[in-house]
Structures are given as C-alpha cells and as structure tokens.
Write a protein that binds this ligand. Structure first.
Ligand code: SF4
Ligand code: SF4
Length: 383
C-alpha cells in the first residue's frame, strides 16, 4: 500500500497555476482554496516537510472533495489528484475517531452482513437470469451489478428485460461492492479486500464486463491501474494473466446504455416524452447518448446547462458537507428544471439521489429521475 511520501514528487509537480479552481464544483461554491486540489497540495506538502500534522483539520478539507476528478482532467501537470487524496485520507483515518468509526461501519461484519442480507432479499425479489437469444455471434457479458441493485433491483430488472431481446449471454457472479465508498473514506484495507474478492470472480470466459452504474465501472477499471496494491500480489497477477490471455489483450468494460447504442434495437414510446440527461462524473464519455436516443420513437432530448457538472452528492460528502452538497445539488436541479423535461436520465444511482436532493431543496417541481435502463424498459422494444 502506498504512503503519502510516495507521492512527494506528484505533489511538487503542482505549479499552483490555479486552473483547478475554474472546474472544481466545491471551490465554485465555497471560494475556499483549501477545498480545491491546489490548496490541499499546499497542506500535504507542509505535512511531508514536517511543518503540519495530518490531523482532523486537514481531514476536514480532505473530506471536502467530491472525488469528481474534474481537476485531474484539467490539471496541466497531470496529477492523479484522487489517488493522493485517498492515500492522505487513509493515513488520517488511521488515527482519528471518525476514521475508526467509519472502518467499523464498513467492516465485513457490519456492511458485509447488511449486503449479505440484501442479496438474500434480492434472490427472492429480482429478475431471473436471462440467456437472451443465443445464436451465432452471441456476446458474453459478465454483469457486475452494484450494491444498489441488491437494495433496489429495479435497474437490474429493466436491464434484463431489454437484454433478453438480444443475442447475448449474461453471466452472473456473487460480486461484492466495487469498493468506491471504502476508497473515499480512506479504508484501503477494506477496498483491497473487496477488490481481491471481485477479481477472483472475473475468471470466466466473457467478452465484456457489463455495468449499469458509472461509478462501479470507473472503480473496477481502477483495479487494473491502481497502485494501492503491489503489482506482485498473486491475485492481481493471476487476474492480469487471465486478461492478457484474452484476444483483446485485457478486460473490456461496457456500460449497458453504450452497449444498446450499438445494437439493432428500437424503443417505441406510446406518448411523446421530453427527456434530459445528467452525466455522472465517473462516466468516461457520453457519446452513446444521442445515438441511443435516436433509436427511441416519441422522445425529445433537451440538453441541460452544465449537464456534465457534478450532482453534489458523492455519498459521504453529502453527510459531511451538507450545506455545500445542497448548494451544488440545487444548482443542478435549477438547470434541469429550465429544460422542462418530464424525465431526467442518468447512469448512477448516487446521482439519482443527488438530483432528488437538489429538487427537494430547490422547491421546483420534481421530474421523474431514473437510470436509462428503467426508462427504456417502459417502451415497446423492437428488434
Ligand atoms: S491545476 Fe494542477 S498544477 Fe494547477 S494548481 Fe491545480 S493541481 Fe496544481
Ligand atoms: S476531485 Fe472534484 S471536488 Fe475534489 S478537488 Fe478535484 S474538482 Fe474539486
């Protein structure tokens, strides 16, 4: 596991240009330099030089980050901001009461037992496995269904309903959480635990890892370039060997909406409906959206202003920074409300909560807010 001092060179690469301020949703609301990467790097540099201690004040500012990665994408020095913050948070959390409490809550005993219970509930309640119309050229999809599908399996059901019309095989495994909540709270041991468990289940013959959540997908991709675990770890090595043995040279990921955009399928809606889209920060690109909506009859798309801006939720960020989170979410809701759309589509369950959070405080009329799969499953599917 890396230590903060291993990132000394990266921290020093920060030229203090301040460009990150122009994209950071938290800085835009607070105007506080400690909320954005530049200010955090000044503090962490002080820690590495021994002038500051990694105490609860610094932890407060490390927690004041959505891990949206906007600054990383914009930084001319190309610094992997989130990985540095996660490592600093890990070192902070080891010594604080808050960190110890979070560790207990996220442990296998508490969080793991809760998820086990929800999985039993899901087995009773969720859609049966589907085989699709398997024929020549059948595409094998290893479906990573995130934790939210254990609690609220509506997206999973919708996805299976749509995909049962295609020439696909959906392979299911008893995956654990992708680990994103553990990464964000600095609980690296727990993150490594679920990563090891999930990697061991990616052992079958498949073409793509299919996800319906942008955050899960981005965390899973991080398994393969994360430096939190040494590359020599046996599980990781074995997993890479499997990946390299594959004809495309590695695991390929696809989100369900992106996959449908490339299929010969159409969606006919009974009545005209206006939709808008919120792009989750963890969704790498949304180039699939317009081609997918072109396959939908009776659907009008209206782009919202700043549709790719963070929803402000980011799990525990909303709990620890409620006022900032609320302001970001309200701005998001206001931009959506201006479109007069009936339905807001997205691909991340946390963003659905963030947008609902914004409408709750904005006082504007609530549109329907849902995963794209749920929206499409409500149509007449034509293949
Ligand atoms: S954009 Fe990058 S280099 Fe510039 S201040 Fe922010 S973190 Fe530092
Ligand atoms: S990851 Fe997002 S919230 Fe955090 S400092 Fe960067 S832009 Fe700001």
């Amino acid at each position: 596991m890396k230590k903060l001092e291993d990132f000394a060179d990266d921290i020093n690469k920060c030229s203090k240009c301040g460009l990150c301020q122009s994209v950071c949703p938290v800085y835009k609301i607070t105007g506080n330099d400690c909320a954005v990467s530049r200010g955090k790097f000044v503090m962490l540099d002080g820690v590495l030089k021994g002038d500051l201690k990694l105490n609860k004040n610094i932890e407060k500012y490390l927690d004041m980050c959505l891990k949206c990665g906007k600054c990383k994408n914009f930084c001319p020095s190309n610094i992997d901001v989130c990985e540095i913050f996660n490592t600093a948070k890990y070192e902070c959390a080891k010594n604080t009461i808050q960190g110890k409490f979070e560790k207990f809550f996220e442990s296998k005993l508490v969080f793991g037992t809760f998820m086990k219970f929800m999985k039993i509930f899901r087995r009773i309640n969720s859609a049966a496995s589907i085989s699709g119309n398997r024929g020549e050229g059948c595409i094998k999809l290893l479906y990573f269904k995130g934790c939210v599908n254990n609690v609220y399996p509506k997206t999973e059901r919708a996805l299976k309903k749509i995909f049962s019309n295609l020439n696909v095989e959906i392979i299911e495994r008893d995956f654990d959480c992708c680990g994103l909540p553990f990464l964000s709270s600095g609980n690296m041991e727990r993150f490594e635990e679920v990563k090891k468990y999930n990697l061991a289940l990616m052992d079958s013959d498949f073409d793509y890892i299919l996800t319906d959540c942008a955050s899960c997908e981005s965390t899973l991709k991080g398994y393969f370039n994360s430096t939190h675990a040494p590359l020599t770890t046996e599980d990781k090595k074995a997993s890479f060997e499997r990946a390299v043995a594959r004809s495309d040279g590695g695991f390929s990921f696809v989100n369900a909406a992106e996959f449908l955009a490339g299929q010969n399928i159409k969606f006919k809606f009974k009545k005209p409906v206006k939709v808008t889209f919120h792009k989750p920060c963890h969704l790498e690109n949304d180039e699939f959206l317009k081609p997918l909506l072109q396959k939908c009859e009776n659907v009008e798309y209206i782009e919202a202003e700043d549709y790719d801006e963070c929803c402000g939720f980011a799990g525990e960020f909303a709990l620890k920074n409620h006022k900032i989170s609320k302001n970001i979410s309200v701005k998001k809701a206001d931009n959506i409300a201006k479109t007069n759309a009936d339905i807001v589509l997205t691909t991340c369950p946390a963003c659905i909560l963030g947008i609902k959070h914004g409408f709750l405080f904005s006082g504007k009329k609530f549109p329907k807010i849902m995963n794209i799969m749920e929206f499409l499953a409500d149509s007449q599917i034509i293949v």
